[in-house]
Write a protein that binds this ligand. Structure first.
Ligand SMILES: Cc1cc2nc3c(=O)[nH]c(=O)nc-3n(C[C@H](O)[C@H](O)[C@H](O)COP(=O)(O)O)c2cc1C
Ligand code: SF4
Length: 709
């Protein structure tokens, strides 16, 4: 057990922001949940925030809340702050958060150029300057029809129009922010955060890229910061001495050359401090999120992506600075210890694990359910829906936890130690059932182990599940094949079949050649386990050597080894990946990063499904940067010893191939479940065995199964 006091002493120590003392340095980052009814906060949203407050978070923040609701609003489901009719919901939320032991912040926003509701209601959107059209919209080609439809369903029928803010609008904005701040203070909030980032109206004024004005609110940095400064002064004057006033700003704008630089942000932060702000919260803005830069700002892909910008601002001001952007507890502790930040805001990590703070405080860091950076949550915001979390099915449905203990404990046999099986085993055990897990492989994880190879963040989930299995004392029998007889011998009351999908070889001439691999045979090859009988002798020997040298026992080691010793590997030659889905795209990138010449033959549009869109956009962009030859709708005709022949746009083409990886044709597989049902067992199915939906599907199907036992 880690000694929490030592390991996270800075992170867990109380800290001051203006007039407030927070119990620790962890803030919940503002995240819109889209749970309001016409701007009014409802019970479900309160339960969501209270879960994070009760989990020890020092201060809870609402997501973007509209100061002029419905004006300057992206969604009628975001909290409104412009009328006293919003007070009951806000007050109930403030009271509930306080009762759970946290402070309460409300983020104040006018959404400027993305104020969808203004367009819907036939109003122009208020902006500093009429926006320039995006220079890169390549991400749109990577959208599925269903996603387009969902976005289309919320798109206004009116054509968007813009109004450049004049003197009256500016005066109105300043007044509106101040009045909204006064209202949330009346509701019991401890703090307000003025949103001056992400290209909403104040961030739009601050940005050199989006502000083209020639009056005293445009041009020089001082002019561009003027509106934010005036808003800060008005808010500080309005809320009095007992409320903290935070400012969220971008340390940097990404995606276009003339965006805000860190040097400018440092100067702007000093102006905000002089205007009376009590803290600066350093985020990042993408100026061209449809050019696949969304994973730089506002939701970075990389741990601590804004850390240097945060430290630069911290060095220049005398008020607390809040770091955000995949702030894992260790990095958060280090940044505070080194004086590079005073507080950290955690977003997705608190969606994945509401109890993060109390767990690390109790010395149980390993029990913190990790965010795997999959972007499933935020993708929902693109069509005005409520975020869901791939690894935490209780998000938005907080009443699911803590799990109720069962009155009728059962002997549960889980077949398959992939994410669905392990999660079902974990939840069932927590509920008081007696669980045994069996798997024919020699290790835990199933496809999660394999995907950890190409997607290191998935390894965090594998580690967490593995640790939980140990902690709960769940009996695991590896290298154990499930048959009707072996199951009967274990005498379970219920069987949970979580054996995963089937991945057949392609039904084309040459589809069964030894250099043609499915996910299963790739796993067998790379890990040296499972059926390697189809492999050539050198590959079998290599797999065996890998296993003996223990390189293949962890995804980390294997990643390291394959990256450094490419020339010994089959994947250093011409590789053709058939199937452009999530697995195909991730494998193609993995191979290309190891210097293989990769061709990706897509069979569906877009590439990367069902990876959530912002991450998918970035992965496809990465594939292009790696020089992967991308074919969107290739129909494979045959595979020979050294080529793959396919038809694209009516033309027959060939591509050299020393290795072919088949990432298509994956389908659910209930054959074992059917056999066991026929043999008289009570059977439940979880994960890909029932419906192929990777990690999110695995975790989300495991819960109802385990909760229903
Ligand atoms: C579902 C979701 C909704 C978000 N909504 C907002 C928002 O309303 N206002 C805002 O400033 N940032 C918003 N963000 C960005 C977060 O506040 C945070 O800066 C970002 O997620 C990076 O932190 P993280 O890596 O800890 O998630 C949102 C993020 C997520 C995941
Ligand atoms: S959905 Fe994915 S990115 Fe979002 S919080 Fe959950 S694990 Fe993290």
């Amino acid at each position: 057990m880690t000694n929490a006091a030592d390991a996270y002493s800075n992170l867990l120590s109380p800290g001051r922001i203006g007039p407030l003392t927070l119990p620790n340095r962890v803030l919940m980052a503002p995240m819109d949940m889209n749970l309001c009814e016409d701007g009014e906060i409802e019970e479900t949203e309160i339960a969501h925030f209270v879960a994070r407050a009760a989990g020890g978070t020092g201060m809870i923040s609402t997501g973007a809340s509209a100061v002029a609701f419905p004006l300057g609003t992206t969604s009628r489901k975001e909290p409104g702050l412009s009328d006293d009719r919003f007070l009951p919901g806000l007050t109930a939320l403030a009271d509930a958060i306080h009762a759970a032991g946290a402070k309460f912040n409300v983020q104040l926003v006018h959404h400027g150029k993305i104020s969808r509701i203004d367009t819907m209601d036939g109003r122009p959107m208020l902006v500093p300057s009429v926006p320039k059209p995006p220079s890169d919209m390549s991400a749109l080609t990577e959208m599925a029809t269903e996603e387009m439809q969902k976005m289309g369903a919320i798109r206004p029928t009116n054509a968007p129009s813009f109004k450049e803010a004049d003197a009256d609008d500016i005066a109105w904005l300043i007044r509106t922010f101040a009045e909204a701040a006064a209202r949330v203070v009346k509701a019991g909030a401890d703090s307000v955060e003025i949103h001056c980032a992400h290209n909403y109206i104040l961030g739009g004024f601050l940005s050199r890229f989006t502000n083209q004005r020639t009056d005293e609110y445009g041009g020089s940095l001082e002019n561009r910061a003027r509106l934010a400064v005036e808003v800060i002064k008005a808010v500080v004057a309005e809320v009095g001495d007992t409320t903290a006033v935070l400012v969220r700003m971008a340390g940097e704008e990404y995606g276009e050359y003339d965006g805000l630089t860190i040097e400018e942000s440092v100067q702007a932060a000093k102006m905000f401090e002089a205007a009376g702000a009590h803290a600066i919260h350093v985020s990042g803005t993408s100026l061209n999120s449809l050019g696949a830069d969304f994973t730089k700002g506002p939701l970075p892909n990389t741990v601590g992506f804004y850390a240097d910008n945060t430290a630069a601002i911290k060095a220049a001001v005398n008020i607390p600075v809040i770091a955000v952007g995949r702030m894992l507890p260790e990095l958060a502790e280090k940044m505070i210890a080194e004086g590079r930040a005073d507080f950290v805001a955690m977003g997705r990590q608190l969606l994945a694990e509401p109890d993060l703070v109390i767990k690390i405080k109790a010395g149980h860091r390993a029990r913190v359910r990790p965010c795997i950076n999959c972007y499933v949550c935020v993708a929902e915001n693109f069509w005005d829906a409520t975020p869901k979390c791939a690894v935490n099915p209780a998000l938005g449905n907080e009443t699911l936890v803590p799990f109720g203990r069962t009155d009728t404990p059962k002997r549960v046999l889980v077949i398959g130690a992939g994410p669905a099986g392990l999660e079902a085993a974990r939840v069932a055990t927590e509920r008081g059932h007696q669980v045994v897990v069996i798997d024919k492989a020699d290790r835990l994880g199933g496809t999660l182990w394999f995907s950890s190879l190409t997607t290191p963040d998935n390894q965090r989930l594998l580690q967490w599940l593995t640790d939980e299995v140990k902690r709960l004392g769940i009996v695991v029998r590896l290298k154990t094949e499930a048959t009707v007889e072996s199951v009967r011998a274990l005498n379970p009351d219920v069987v949970v079949v979580a054996t995963g999908a089937k991945r057949p070889l392609p039904d084309v001439p040459g589809g069964d050649l030894p250099h043609v691999h499915t996910g299963d045979s790739m796993r067998a090859l790379l890990t040296g386990t499972g059926d390697t009988s189809r492999e050539s002798l050198p590959l079998r020997v290599m797999g065996k050597l890998g296993k003996l040298s223990r390189i293949t026992t962890s995804p980390e080691r294997l990643r390291w080894f394959t990256a450094r010793f490419q020339k010994f590997l089959p994947m250093t030659r011409n590789v053709v990946v058939i199937g452009g889905s999530l697995v195909g795209l991730e494998l193609a990138n993995f191979m290309a990063e190891r210097n293989s010449k990769v061709t990706l033959l897509g069979d569906v549009e877009p590439f990367g499904l069902p990876m959530a869109m912002p991450r998918r956009w970035t992965e496809v962009k990465h594939a292009r940067e790696l020089g992967i030859s991308l074919h969107r709708s290739a129909e494979v005709q045959r595979i020979t010893a050294d080529e793959v022949e396919f038809v694209e746009d009516g033309e027959t083409r060939t591509v050299p191939a020393d290795m072919v990886i088949v990432a298509t044709g994956t389908s659910s597989d209930t054959s074992l479940a059917d056999q066991l049902t026929a043999a008289g067992f009570e059977v439940q199915v979880a994960g890909d065995a029932g419906s192929v939906d990777y990690i999110e599907g695995a975790m989300h199907t495991a819960w109802p199964v385990a909760l229903g036992l």
